[in-house]
Write a protein that binds this ligand. Structure first.
Ligand SMILES: [Fe+2]
Length: 161
């Protein structure tokens, strides 16, 4: 594999692991504020992000390319309401989408069709990720002032498998 592309995939691994840690922090925060369903949803997201990182690691290993394991970066964020957390998640996923798109462009430039093909799942996944979070934000916005609305949504999110 081309060195620039190996570096870019390693950067993406770091971003996926950063995503995992961010979702874990969101989960802990939501749970501490009495929203276990949203916390569960975020914890499922944490698991998915770790899987994304692992699949990229496997791809580099299969191509006999070096893997760099990044240092942990503590997620820092401020929030007042649950919607703030989901808006932060959406902003983060949009950054991830840009990063994946740049990675695909680099694959095309370097004619690394194996990596480009491998990344197709990531391109599709980003559409799904953004859509899911936008849907939750829309539902939170539809909640009235009654706490029961938010708790009902929280209960719905607890069913994510
Ligand atoms: Fe991801």
């Amino acid at each position: 594999m081309n060195t620039a592309l190996i570096d870019a995939v390693n950067t993406q691994i770091a971003l996926e692991l950063d995503s995992a840690l961010l979702y874990l922090a969101f989960s802990v925060t939501l749970k501490s504020h009495g929203l276990p369903g949203m916390a569960h949803w975020m914890r499922r997201q944490y698991t998915e992000e770790n899987l994304h990182a692992m699949q990229l690691i496997n791809h580099l290993e299969h191509r006999l390319a070096p893997v760099t394991i990044p240092a942990l970066t503590r997620p820092l964020f401020e929030w007042e309401k649950p919607i703030d957390i989901f808006r932060l998640a959406l902003a983060h996923e949009r950054r991830v989408t840009l990063s994946i798109n740049e990675l695909v462009s680099l694959c095309q430039h370097e004619k690394d069709y194996a990596t480009q093909y491998f990344l197709f799942d990531y391109v599709k996944e980003q559409v799904e990720e953004e859509h899911q979070i936008v849907s939750i934000i829309d539902k939170i916005l539809l909640c009235g002032p009654a706490t029961s609305d938010l708790l009902s949504l929280d209960n719905e999110l607890s069913t994510r498998t």
